[in-house]
Design a protein around this ligand. Structure first.
Ligand code: HPA
Length: 272
């Protein structure tokens, strides 16, 4: 990171620390997961525009604000809105935000997203915990970093202990929680049927346009990551209907009624 970026991160971290909050967990909300931001207790709302190094978040369904407060007994920072690589080709848009949170003492990043299912046993409206990912785009948000720290080990990109805890919470609540591999595609167009068949053969169960760059950034910053995908559709060619962002948001809104309380319980149960 350049010297100037360090300054931006330091300014942002100072601003957050001045609020007297000490979140250990950050939660990055994807399409359809927005209602979690309303569940935060004692909320302090900070628009991204007021936070140095934070991106402009523009896609429909993403508000672009950070809500600091409590979920259960945990202090959390909920990030409602992310900037996607498909907006301008930059996969490092969340770099400043994640670096600032790490500088404030955040140790865990919980990510959520909407995804297409590649597996007939994983249906729209259901959830999948990400066990691993395929960076098919082969962009890295760490391009331009210097020093040996950039060579990040990705073996446990999705933390085994956090996954075990999330599994336990889902089981306690009797909720279906699949597990599988998330393939990152650039978008914003959806896939072709041939691409969906390719992704199936490559061993992915979910396909989506986010999450992977932020996981790489989080691992680089030393955060542990938990990621949950909400299936909003079967991959192109695996269902009759055509795909659209409106469909993604519509299915996600319906599924969020059960998904958001589950996520809230998972976060409350985390041991950090
Ligand atoms: N493909 C890529 N991204 C997605 C999809 C999909 O089918 N559904 C929701 N996000």
């Amino acid at each position: 990171m350049s010297t100037q970026s360090h300054e931006v991160v330091d300014r942002c971290a100072a601003l957050l620390l001045a609020e007297g909050r000490r979140p250990k967990i950050a939660v990055l909300l994807g399409s359809g997961w927005g209602p979690l931001a309303e569940r935060v207790q004692d909320p302090l709302r900070l628009p991204y525009a007021h936070l140095p190094g934070f991106p402009e978040a523009g896609v429909e369904g993403h508000a672009g604000q950070m809500v600091i407060g409590r979920i259960g007994t945990h202090e959390v920072a909920v990030l409602a809105g992310r900037r996607h690589a498909y907006e301008d080709g930059d996969s490092a848009a969340m770099k400043g935000a994640i670096a600032a949170l790490a500088a404030c003492g955040v140790e865990v990043l919980v990510q959520t997203n909407a995804a297409g299912s590649l597996d007939a046993a994983m249906r729209p409206g259901e959830l999948m915990m990400v066990a691993d990912h395929l960076n098919l785009v082969q962009h890295s948000p760490l391009v331009g970093e210097t020093g040996t720290k950039r060579f990040v080990d990705m073996r446990h990109a999705y933390d085994p202990s956090l996954r075990a805890q999330a599994r336990t919470t889902a089981a306690r609540l009797g909720a279906t929680l699949h597990e599988g591999v998330y393939a990152w595609v650039m978008g914003p167009q959806f896939e072709t049927p041939a691409e969906i068949r390719m992704l199936q053969r490559l061993g992915a169960q979910a396909v989506g346009m986010s999450t992977v760059p932020e996981t790489i950034l989080a691992r680089h910053a030393g955060l542990r990551v938990l990621a949950i995908s909400m299936f909003t559709n079967m991959g192109c060619g695996l269902q009759a209907e055509t795909l659209s962002h409106a469909n993604t948001l519509g299915v996600a809104q319906a599924a969020s009624v059960t998904a958001v309380p589950l996520l809230e319980a998972m976060i409350a149960d985390l041991e950090v």
